[in-house]
Design a protein around this ligand. Structure first.
Ligand code: PLP
Length: 461
């Protein structure tokens, strides 16, 4: 295939994409496929001779979409969304066409400078204080890992980078019991160890208990551990828990510890001033992660990390061997020094397109609709006999169960997802199996949202 053929097939791909999106409501959100079925339909080895694109295309159409879970389906209410607004898909096509590698300013000057500018726009739009500067990672997991590695090195006065961890005091990281598993992964990868991630119990409001946090830090110090940092949650994954960020920051600062705030999902909602009280105090954090690839519509992957002072993270992650230097250009930013991998995709382009094509007001309207529709759906489900709301809406996320117990609730979820009109997932809350509903798909309508109640009513009827 050459670039002339690429042009022709790209036009076909654009038409195919249009038809795919227009027809999504006619597909089950989650495919009815068995594990191994797709793999079994493929040859065991790559072809020796080139194959015509028409044959590859035909196999794509026949095999791939029917075996996909459709994340852009307007009735996808599972996990959190991974929204790809049309304008962001267009930007990805253009980034694709240039296929740039944005590791250094000089390997992609426009990518580096656009990243700086759109992250300033987004910072202001989220209401974060002007002292924050941002960078884009692939995922919140990587952003949190970067923050934890930086906590480790700050605690060790940057000696761990060269001397390693053996012989060092045992480090401790503190997080709420509602923290995402990416925090567990970060402490594992950082060499701190799962046993040294202290999960602080939450109160009835599902927020970290500041007294318990302060007590754990003091007890660890007395026992000879080296506390290194605190991770706070602004919108937990299971049921949308929010720590009281101001209280957590106050405890951490009193103990001289840095704070990372995980707002991967809920951060996007802070475009709306009326939701910002949920993360009040965030300006006191050292690091904040927000995933525009979740609720904001910037196609996966796009995880933004804001840093109060990038210097400690750059000192932790940055390396400048001779072959990566830019002689005579000390003032430029080389974003690979802020992140784990050297190579970087041009991710700022889609954020630029999204912010401009919908405008902040257009994005706020979507966020507000989702929150309002989630509340309406909550009421409709609560009115069904035998249904109990287990956790009330946190922004657009709530959970419900059947009063009859875990078995019947699990069975209901299986039947809902086999039906395919909507897709929901599960978690545990207050010791019971619950069905999670999150409203956040970029193209969903109120009708799509209320379909959840219609399907549940049918299943119970
Ligand atoms: C989704 C999520 C993550 C993980 O996000 P990735 O970008 O997939 O790594 C972490 N924390 C919270 C609160 C999340 O909702």
């Amino acid at each position: 295939m050459d670039h002339d053929q690429l042009r022709e097939w790209s036009k076909r791909a654009a038409d195919w994409a249009h038809g795919y999106h227009a027809g999504l409501r006619d597909r089950p959100v989650r495919p009815r496929v068995e594990p191994g079925a797709l793999a079994a339909a493929l040859p065991a080895a790559a072809p020796e001779a080139p194959e015509p694109m028409a044959a590859i295309w035909a196999d794509f159409e026949r095999l791939i979409p029917p075996a996909m879970t459709h994340w852009q389906h307007p009735r996808f209410f599972a996990y959190f969304p991974a929204n790809a607004a049309p304008a962001s898909m267009l930007a990805e096509q253009l980034a694709n066409a240039m296929a740039a590698q944005a590791m250094l300013w000089q390997t992609a000057p426009a990518a580096t400078e656009l990243e700086q500018v759109v992250l300033r726009w987004l910072r202001a739009a989220l209401g974060l204080a002007p002292h924050f500067t941002g960078t884009i990672h692939d995922s919140a997991t990587t952003a949190t890992l970067s923050a934890v590695l930086t906590m480790r090195e700050r605690a060790l006065t940057f000696a761990g980078l060269t001397a390693g961890l053996s012989g060092m005091p045992r480090l401790r990281i503190y997080a709420s019991a509602e923290a995402h598993s990416s925090v567990d992964k970060a402490v594992r990868i950082a060499g701190i160890g799962q046993e040294n991630l202290v999960k602080i119990p939450v109160g009835a409001d599902r927020a970290i208990r500041p007294g318990a946090l302060a007590g754990a830090i003091a007890a660890d110090r007395a026992a000879g551990y080296l506390p290194a940092g605190v991770v706070l949650v602004a919108g937990g994954t299971a049921v949308g828990a929010f720590d009281r960020i101001a209280d957590g920051v106050a405890v951490a600062k009193a103990a001289g510890l840095p704070v990372h705030v995980d707002a991967a999902w809920a951060g996007s909602a802070m475009l709306c001033p009326e939701f910002r009280s949920l993360w009040a105090g965030v300006d006191g954090a050292d690091s904040v992660v927000v995933n525009p690839h979740k609720w904001l519509g910037a196609q996966f992957d796009c995880a933004v990390q804001y840093l109060a002072d990038p210097a400690p993270q750059v000192r932790t992650l940055g390396l400048r061997p001779d072959y990566l230097q830019t002689p005579g250009r000390d003032e430029i930013v080389n974003f690979n020094e802020w992140t784990v991998p050297l190579g970087r995709r041009f991710r700022a382009l889609k954020l630029w397109f999204v912010l401009r094509a919908y405008g902040l007001e257009g994005l706020r309207t979507r966020l507000r609709n989702h929150v309002a529709w989630a509340a309406r759906l909550r009421d409709a489900l609560a009115a069904l006999p035998g249904v109990v709301i287990v956790t009330e809406p946190s922004l657009s996320l709530f959970t419900f169960a059947l009063a009859a117990g875990d078995g019947p609730t699990e069975d209901l979820l299986r039947r809902i997802n086999d039906d395919g009109r909507v897709y929901l997932t599960q978690t545990r809350a207050d010791g019971r199996f619950v069905i999670r509903v999150q409203v956040g798909q970029f193209d969903c309508t109120e009708d799509d949202v209320m379909t959840v109640a219609a399907v549940v009513r049918e299943m119970l009827g």
